[in-house]
Each structure stands twice: as C-alpha cells, then as structure tokens.
Design a binder for this molecule. Structure first.
Ligand SMILES: Cc1cc2nc3c(=O)[nH]c(=O)nc-3n(C[C@H](O)[C@H](O)[C@H](O)COP(=O)(O)OP(=O)(O)OC[C@H]3O[C@@H](n4cnc5c(N)ncnc54)[C@H](O)[C@@H]3O)c2cc1C
Length: 340
C-alpha cells in the first residue's frame, strides 16, 4: 500500500514554498517535492517596490541584496535617462531568496522531499506521484514546478510556444559603481536588464521564443558598449511564460483536486517578465482555496485579483515594445523623475 498524503506541492520555488507557508498558518502541512535546492535560478532577482508592499516579509531580505536607487533607462536609439523606476526595490540572489522562503515553510512544519517528480498519474480521485525513489498518493496536487511543469502537462497541458519567452544572460562582477539599468531595443520586442545584487550583477536579455537566435549577439553588443570591464563567472538560458495571446489567461489554473501556481500557471507579467509577485500572490490565493476545500474557487480569485492586469498587459505588449512608443515612454519617465 502506497502512503497517502493530503496535499503534495511539486516545486519549492517562491510559489510552492509560499503556498506551503500560507497553509501552515492554518495548521495544514503539505509535502513539497523539489530536488534542486540550493541552486541559483536564472533570474534578474529584481524585487520591485510593489512586491514588497504586497508581501512585506520580503523586507527581511533587503540586507542580503542591493537596494536600487532608481533605474537608468536606455532607449533603442541609445538615449539615456535616470528615473525613479524601481526606487527602493532591490536585487537579490535567487539561491538565497528561494532558500529563505523554503526554510520558513519547513520551519512551520511542511515536509521537503529533495526528489524530482518524474511521473504523475490520476487514480480515481487521487494522484499517484512518482520519483526515482518512491511512489505516493495525494488527494490534492499543487503544481508549482515552473515553466516546464509536469503537473501542468498532466492537467491543462503545457504552455504553447506562442506564450513563452526565452532569456539569456550572465552573472558577473564589476569594479564600477553599481547601477540598475534597462535597455530597450528596436530589433526585438524585449529588453536587456542589468540588476545589481550584493556581490554581483545579473545581466540578461529576454524576448519571444522566435527571437531566441538574436539574444546572445544583442546582449554581447550591449556589454561591449556599456560595461566592457565586467567579469562574467556564469551564464544562463531559460524560458519563462510570456502570454502573447490574452486568451491564455482564460485557461483554467485549477480543477477539483489540482491547482497550478506561479510560472506553472503562466502567471507572469507579459511585458516585464516579472513573476515573483504573481508566484507569491497566486500561492496565497491557492492556499485560501485549499483551506476552503474549494479548489476551483482559486480560478475565480486570481482572475478577480490580478487576471485582468495580466490580460491587459498581454494586449498592450506589441504597442509597448514599438520603438517609437518605448522611446517616448522612456524620455517621459526621465522628465517625470527629474520633476519629482
Ligand atoms: C532570466 C529570468 C529573469 C527573471 N527576472 C525576474 C525579476 O527580476 N523579477 C521577477 O519578479 N521575476 C523575474 N523572473 C520570473 C521569475 O523568475 C519567476 O516568475 C518565478 O521564479 C516563479 O516562481 P515559481 O516558484 O513559480 O517557479 P520557479 O522559481 O521556477 O520554481 C519552480 C521550482 O520547481 C522545481 N521543479 C521543477 N520541476 C520539478 C519536478 N519535476 N519535481 C520537483 N521539483 C521540480 C524547480 O527545481 C524549482 O525549484 C525572471 C525569469 C527569468 C527566466
């Protein structure tokens, strides 16, 4: 007889770990599967003032990161302006951030099994979850396993190429004064980021999947022009959800005994690529629905609280990255910041 759990969360990134933490506030202690920690997830690690306002516990990690004094924005025609964008946000290592949130969850009673889930099957009204070492059953399955989610694959189906973005980038050190920067480009709908952290920078580029072949060249050109003296010590390439079709957000993210949260649900801002806010927000709403014993209520909750925002961002994406529009927006942002 296989062991039966009440709730299994696949993935212990911000979404899975925070969902577990929220559940534990109600005396419910799920089992989390994640083989990867400690690990540096490919990410800008940018924690915006909006995320901190919504989830003030993140303030506890500021001292482990680098506080942004504002952002330098560069237009596709290479005009530079200083802005208050992201002011008092911070950049942080994902190895550190994710470990801390996961630790908060396990300290409150969640069980972490450091194994990769390799197969999921439905059996009656339960789920069979397999790793290389064990098989167990669960009444409820939470998919917090990121953009390539195995839970998503076995429920609503994988995210289509149309709604995915590709990123490429480096972790690097530099002796120069730390400066957070975003550069927009005329060649692709996307941007380059330079996010300082405490001891290094995340420097990367992201755009729709179909522009993947151009990313490395554009990023390396940027580096040779703007920061030729950085010392790169690792590189990354990763996908992330990025809805080009607003209808993507009409797909269900929950059923009778399953829920998708964070990147597994595709809950990422289609313009900025920011997903930590929605990973935590969705996690909180998922926990609420699980406690109410009404998992399908989750779909109503996230659609009501942030679904429209994600849909609107998806609709605005093309116009946002239009070179004339983005140049105008950046110059205006610079002017506003000067007058503030
Ligand atoms: C290059 C890049 C830059 C980004 N920059 C920013 C930024 O600056 N700010 C921001 O807000 N967002 C950013 N994002 C988005 C952000 O990283 C994600 O939205 C966020 O990490 C989502 O959290 P999550 O917990 O849903 O998924 P993840 O962080 O991906 O965590 C998923 C976890 O599931 C585990 N897992 C996967 N499969 C299995 C399995 N089969 N069994 C067990 N465990 C499994 C993984 O090991 C991982 O730990 C960026 C994304 C990328 C790719």
């Amino acid at each position: 007889m296989e062991q039966t759990e009440n709730i299994v969360i696949v993935g212990g990134g911000p979404a899975g770990a925070y969902c577990a933490l929220e559940l534990s506030k109600h005396g419910v202690h799920p089992t989390i599967f994640d083989h990867s920690h400690p690990r540096e997830k490919p990410c800008g690690g940018g924690i915006s003032p909006i995320i901190i306002k919504k989830f003030p516990f993140l303030e506890n990690f500021r001292s482990e990161g680098f506080t942004f004094p504002g952002f330098k924005l560069i237009t596709c025609t290479n005009h530079q302006v200083s802005t208050n964008w992201y002011k008092n946000g911070f950049g942080i290592s994902r190895r550190l951030l994710d470990e801390k949130i996961l630790e908060m969850a396990t300290k409150k009673g969640s069980k972490l099994i450091k194994e990769k889930v390799i197969k999921i099957q439905k059996k009656g009204n339960k789920w069979i979850i397999k790793t290389k070492k064990r098989v167990l059953l669960s009444k409820i399955l939470v998919g917090a396993d990121g953009v390539n989610s195995i839970v998503r694959l076995n429920t609503v189906g994988s995210i289509s190429n149309e709604n995915l973005a590709l990123t490429y980038g480096y972790l690097a050190t530099s002796n120069e004064k730390k400066r957070a920067t975003i550069k927009y480009m005329g060649e692709i709908p996307g941007y380059i980021w330079v996010f300082p952290r405490k001891n290094c920078y995340s420097i990367g580029i992201g755009s729709e999947l179909r522009y993947g072949g151009k990313l490395r060249i554009l990023l390396d050109d940027f580096i040779s022009q703007y920061c030729p003296n950085i010392k790169i010590f690792s590189k990354f390439a990763a996908m992330l959800p990025s809805a080009n079709n607003p209808k993507f957000f009409s797909l269900p993210s929950s059923g009778k005994n399953w829920i998708l949260i964070g990147d597994a649900a595709g809950h990422v801002d289609p313009i900025s690529g920011g997903g930590i806010l929605y990973a935590l927000w969705g996690a909180k709403l998922a926990a609420k629905a699980i406690i109410k014993n009404d998992l399908q209520a989750y779909d109503k909750l996230w659609k009501k609280e942030y679904g429209n925002k994600l849909k609107t961002q998806s609709k605005k994406k093309d116009a946002f990255y239009d070179p004339v529009n983005s140049t105008f927006m950046i110059l205006l942002a610079g002017k506003k910041s000067m007058n503030a």
